[in-house]
Design a protein around this ligand. Structure first.
Ligand SMILES: [Zn+2]
Length: 346
């Protein structure tokens, strides 16, 4: 924790203020298992930018800072059969079998069967939170290893293997709810958009239009390098592209427009891919944006206010990306979750 201790005082709400606000309507659920620490992509030696220690650090911050509100949920509480059924309801069963049964995927090198099981555990974390929100035992849920937003129907992409948010959105619909998906990871939520494109579920993505994945669905290829939109309104798919140089101003521009879409749709649950990879400073992935703690906090407050207006405070949050895994990433995630939880319980 040494690397994060110098950051821990930034933007943290004081314990006294937290205690005062804890006449909470609902609980904050965090899906976490030490099994997440096995998510070692690439060479498998911890050198990959997605170092899963970021999930452990963010969870510890939240447990320490919101001790009375936080409930840790073990993804292992979801049966293997349930996870498999859920995976096959949104993904090609052959793809699922390749990953889970054979442990083979191009997100890690060679054949490592244990990685397929870890991918299932991370997906199970989102299942457990989704069910808790549906049953009304929690209002805000956070899976730091959730929102694997590049994963597509029959293939993985961009460090993402199984698309938990696409499953969760459909599960909320099946439960009679009206979900909306918002994604502020600095990379486009292309997988989630494609998997929900023919549903009536809105997908909103705020991302750097010059960055991965660079497809024409989430950016206008003729406008790369400029701030622009690429909407498919008949499919409820909205994309705001910020520039390489954009910081909090660009983030706020897009959040304001996204809130207008949210207010128009009036969802009764919000799914948030809360990527921390727009954060300024050195990172292991060559991201050039310069969001700050203040920018993330403003965005989180806007989500909390929208959730208070329309969704009785129900927000399902996935960590998505973040490539400062020992420093800014867990601090940004914890701040965002705290701001949303405290905001909807105000
Ligand atoms: Zn990203």
């Amino acid at each position: 924790m040494n690397n994060t201790s110098s950051l821990s005082s930034e933007s943290r709400v004081s314990p006294a203020v937290i205690a005062e606000r804890l006449s909470a309507v609902g609980q904050l659920g965090i899906a976490y298992s030490d099994d997440y620490l096995g998510w070692l992509l690439g060479a498998g030696d911890g050198s990959h930018p997605t170092n899963p220690v970021r999930a452990q650090l963010a969870t510890k911050m939240l447990v320490d800072e919101l001790p009375l509100a936080t409930t840790l949920v073990d993804p292992a509480s979801v049966s293997h059969a349930r996870v498999r059924e859920a995976l096959e309801s949104v993904h090609d069963p052959d793809f699922v079998a390749r990953v889970v049964d054979d442990g083979v995927d191009d997100q890690w090198l060679g054949c490592r069967p244990e990685m397929g099981q870890t991918a299932m555990t991370m997906f199970a974390g989102t299942i457990s939170l989704t069910e808790a929100i549906i049953h009304g035992t929690m209002t805000v849920g956070f899976n730091p290893q959730g929102a694997k937003h590049h994963a597509a129907f029959s293939s993985s992409s961009g460090f993402c293997v199984f698309n938990d948010m696409a499953w969760a959105a459909r599960e909320f619909v099946a439960a009679g709810l009206r979900p909306l998906y918002l994604d502020w990871d600095i990379h486009a939520g292309d997988g989630t958009q494609s998997m929900l494109f023919d549903s009536n579920i809105p997908t909103l993505s705020i991302h750097n239009g010059s960055a991965f994945p660079g497809d024409g669905m989430t950016r206008d290829v003729g406008l790369v390098g400029t701030r622009h939109v690429r909407h498919h309104e008949s499919n409820h798919a909205f994309n705001w592209c910020v520039e390489n140089t954009d910081g909090d101003d660009g983030f706020a521009w897009a959040i304001d427009e996204a809130v207008a879409v949210i207010d128009d749709y009036q969802p009764d649950v919000i799914l948030l891919a809360a990527g921390a990879d727009g954060m300024g400073g050195d990172n292991a992935l060559g991201v050039h944006n310069t969001y700050t703690y203040a920018g993330f906090e403003s965005a989180a407050i806007a989500v909390a206010q929208a959730a208070s207006r329309w969704s009785r405070g129900r927000v399902l949050i996935g960590g998505a990306g973040g490539y400062q895994p020992l420093t800014h990433t867990p601090r940004v995630w914890a701040n965002v979750v705290e701001a949303i939880y405290l905001g909807v319980n105000r």
